[in-house]
Design a protein around this ligand. Structure first.
Ligand code: MF3
Ligand code: CO
Length: 313
């Protein structure tokens, strides 16, 4: 989600209108029971199946609308609701924004995020990020992956492997008592060490009854986050972790913090494009924090790493 869409900002805005002193905006994060996590896992299983169907539909010559239709069929068949369809975002942005018109976000090559499916034809060599959310029995799950269409160039392969490695590393570091900033610091270094820019303006999020709940779950750090957004992982938290990186040199501000690639919102009100035209990728899982670590609620066997192994024979 966009950093500005924070529900945390909303809470403080409401307090200000009521004439109360703005409190330090430390995120209050819902803790879910085992039964609730099982219910979110059912939504997650459906979301993951929709994502797999979308992946299978993502072949040279198809349109992004075809890929969207494949995901929609699985969600409808599974009795779920497409979470993104009609979504407007939280906070101030929601007032100005048109409702999201599709089931998935499909972002091809230089499209960074929130690409609206339509008539664009997918070609051999493209990298296609597909993001899908589901609500089932009142619980939400959100996941994304990036598909290489046919044979992709070596730099794109390296980009996808890096994005997946960031998500795997983040999930692997989840343990009660750890500060999220600790995870974000490790994950941003994976991207910058590989020479890729992190889309720091888009962050993961808590998820449960709604798509976007507190806390913000970034894959890069800055002083404002350390001051106002950081939280300690606790059993029962359910989070959507979603690194997005761009095949562009990472750059830093005067404080040494990573800054995102220059990107522009297109006239459809959603699709964000990288100004340089560089390619990007996006990987996302909904996870639950347990006593021993994370459980992935949107699991898939179809990873970039597994595909590389298969190709290597
Ligand atoms: N995974 C994306 C996010 O959390 C989903 C956005 S849904 C949309 O930002 F409807 F806003 F596009
Ligand atoms: Co998300």
């Amino acid at each position: 989600m966009n950093r500005g869409d924070s529900t945390i900002a909303l809470t403080n805005g409401a307090r200000a209108r009521e004439g109360k002193r703005a409190v330090s905006p430390r995120p209050v994060v819902a803790l879910r029971s085992v039964e609730e996590i099982v219910a979110i896992a059912k939504a997650g299983e459906l979301a993951a199946r929709a994502l797999e169907a979308a992946r299978s539909a993502c072949v040279a010559g198809c349109t992004t609308a075809d890929i969207d239709r494949a995901a929609r069929a699985v969600i409808v068949d599974g009795g779920g609701e497409a979470l993104f369809l009609g979504y407007r975002g939280a906070g101030r942005a929601s007032v100005e924004r048109n409702a999201y018109p599709a089931v998935t976000c499909i972002s091809v090559n230089e499209e960074l995020v929130h690409g609206v499916p339509g008539a664009r034809v997918v070609c051999e060599g493209d990298v296609v990020a597909i993001d899908v959310g589901v609500r089932l029995d009142g619980w939400c799950a959100d996941c994304a992956t990036t598909v290489g269409v046919g044979t992709i160039d070596a730099e794109s392969m390296r980009l996808l492997a890096c994005g997946e490695r960031m998500l795997d590393a983040a999930v692997g570091m989840v343990v009660p008592g750890r500060r999220w900033s600790d995870v974000a610091r490790t994950v941003e270094a994976i991207a910058s060490d590989a020479g890729f820019a992190v889309a720091v303006d888009f962050v993961g999020h808590g998820i449960g009854r709604e798509l976007h709940e507190a806390p913000q779950v970034p894959c890069a750090l800055n002083a404002a986050y350390l001051e106002n957004g950081d939280f300690t992982l606790r059993p029962g938290m359910v989070l959507a972790i979603e690194p997005m990186i761009v095949s562009e040199r990472p750059s830093r501000n005067e404080r040494g913090e990573l800054v995102g690639p220059r990107a522009t919102l297109s006239s459809d009100g959603w699709t964000v494009r990288v100004d340089s035209g560089a390619r990007s990728c996006h990987f996302e899982h909904t996870i639950a924090v347990g006593r021993l670590g994370a459980t992935v609620l949107t699991p898939s066997n179809n990873t970039v790493a597994a595909a590389a192994l298969r190709r290597a024979g």
